[in-house]
Ligand binder design. Sequence first.
Ligand code: SAH
Length: 222
Amino acid sequence: MAARKLSDDYLHLGHRRRLVQALRNRGIDNERVLAAIGQVPRHWFVDKAYEHLAYEDRALPIPRGQTISQPYTVAFQSSLLEAEENMKILEVGTGSGYQAAVLGKLGLRVFTLERQEPLYASARILLSKQRFGKVRCFLRDGYKGLPVYGPYDRILVTAAAPEVPEALLSQLAVGGHLVIPVGTDQQSMLRVRCVQPGEFVTEEHGTFKFVPFQEGIVATEH
Ligand code: SAH
């Protein structure tokens, strides 16, 4: 994404208020999540060409054939986490960085992983320049997680996995939650809770559609 001057004025604020109301109408009732969404300028995370659509409740294209998740999906996954302030969270699939910014605004200590170098690079700049709280970006294959900072209280995957990666389960703290969409064509939103060391309980929370979770790092020229 080309660097541009970031502004956020009363018109954007008005759009965000309407978006928050739309999410409420669709059943999102976690006030902390709604407040965080109300504070993050989503238009900064999309290409200039899509800025006018930034506060519609829809996914939008970002570079490298990926998408910034629909606000409803961001709100739904963020609510499922049931995260408390200061918890340590691993996000897999930084993409635009929008979800990571929302997690930062929720007061979490965020470690976010992206496999595509150009996306990692632009999200890192955006997330470090603005005040979204404690968010650290890494160019990594999320299949492997980030064991060096683990275990995590929460793990959130924002790409469609064919199955729950073992490495992520092993980096989940006891009492922790992993929220992950699993499936190929469409995905079941799973919340996997670690109830005892090595013991997990899985719940299903509806059907969604994500871009695929893929293995390996992609370092391409800008
Ligand atoms: N949370 C993002 C959603 C981006 S779409 C946002 O708010 O914009 C999912 C992202 O996951 C894509 O950028 C894709 O490149 C990334 N991804 C897919 N497989 C991955 C993997 N194994 N490790 C890290 N990132 C991955």
